[in-house]
Design a protein around this ligand. Structure first.
Ligand SMILES: [Zn+2]
Length: 247
C-alpha cells in the first residue's frame, strides 16, 4: 500500500495547506479518501489523474472533505473523458448533498449524459464494504456535520490505513486505528479544547492507548501548527502536502 497526502489542511487552508485529501494505492487499484472543495488543484499539482481512481471514500459531508466531488465528476466527464466506472462511498445523505452541490455549482450538469457509470454507495458506521478492492469499514466519530461523521479504515490484505475524519476526542479512535500501519489523526487545535475537533493536550494525554505503528497529524489549524515540534517530540509525524508513505 502506498499513501500520498494530497492535502493536509483544515477548512481554512491554515499554513497554506490544501483541503483534506489522501490517495491510497493498493496493488492495481486506487482510492481517494476525502476530496475537499480545493482538492482538485492539489491533486493535479502532484501530476495525478482521476483515471487511476476506482473509488472515492468520504468521511463526512463538510465542504472541505466532500465539496470537491462536483469538480472531480466534471473533470472525468469533460477533461479526462473517462469511461471506467467510479464509486463514491460516504455516509447516508451523500447522494442528496452531492446533488445539491452539483445543482448549485454547475446547474444542469446533474442530468448530463455521463460518459462513465458512477454510483453513490451510502454506508452506515461499523458496516464493511469494498472500496477499490480494499476492505472498508467506517466508525462513527464526534463531529457535527448535519449527518453521520465517520473515521475510515481501509485494508488491502497486507496493510491498514486508518483516518480519524474530523472529530472531538472519542475512544472509538482506538478501535478505528488498532494496529494500523498508518493512522492519520486530525488535530485542529494546539491548546484549547474546541467543539467538534481534536486538541493537542487531549490527544497527547491519550497517546499511550494507541497501537498504530505510525501516527500522522493532519488538519491542523494555526494553533496546532505552532505546536508541531512538541508533537514530533512525542513520536508523531506531521503531515504535509505531497508526502508519500510506502507501507
Ligand atoms: Zn468537518
Amino acid at each position: 500500500m502506498k499513501v500520498t497526502i494530497v492535502g493536509s489542511g483544515d477548512a481554512f487552508g491554515s499554513g497554506g495547506r490544501a483541503h483534506t485529501c489522501f490517495r491510497v494505492d493498493a496493488s492495481g487499484t486506487t482510492a481517494i479518501v476525502d476530496f475537499g472543495a480545493g482538492s482538485i488543484g492539489a491533486w493535479k499539482s502532484l501530476g495525478f489523474q482521476f483515471d487511476a481512481v476506482d473509488a472515492v471514500v468520504v468521511s463526512h459531508l463538510h465542504g472541505d472533505h466532500f465539496g470537491g466531488l462536483p469538480f472531480l465528476l466534471l473533470d472525468c466527464q469533460f477533461v479526462e473523458r473517462r469511461t471506467k466506472p467510479l464509486t463514491l462511498i460516504g455516509p447516508p445523505g451523500l447522494k442528496q448533498r452531492l446533488d445539491v452541490a452539483l445543482d448549485m455549482f454547475f446547474p444542469g450538469a446533474r442530468n448530463a449524459a455521463w460518459r462513465f457509470p458512477w454510483r453513490v454507495e451510502e454506508l452506515l458506521a461499523r458496516r464493511k464494504t469494498q472500496a477499490a478492492g480494499m476492505s472498508l469499514e467506517t466508525f462513527e466519530v464526534v463531529h457535527e456535520s448535519g449527518g453521520l461523521s465517520t473515521g475510515v479504515r481501509l485494508c488491502d490484505g497486507n496493510s491498514v490505513f486508518a483516518y480519524s475524519g474530523d472529530t472531538a476526542w472519542t475512544e472509538t479512535l482506538f478501535d478505528l486505528s488498532a494496529n494500523a500501519d498508518i493512522f492519520l489523526v486530525e488535530c485542529y487545535s494546539g491548546a484549547a479544547p474546541t467543539p467538534n475537533h481534536m486538541d493537542w493536550p487531549t490527544l497527547k494525554a491519550n497517546l499511550p492507548g494507541f497501537s498504530a505503528k505510525r501516527m500522522v497529524v493532519t488538519h491542523m489549524g494555526d494553533s496546532a501548527l505552532a505546536r508541531r515540534g512538541e508533537m514530533e517530540q512525542a513520536g508523531l509525524t506531521i503531515a504535509y502536502d505531497g508526502q508519500v508513505f510506502d507501507l
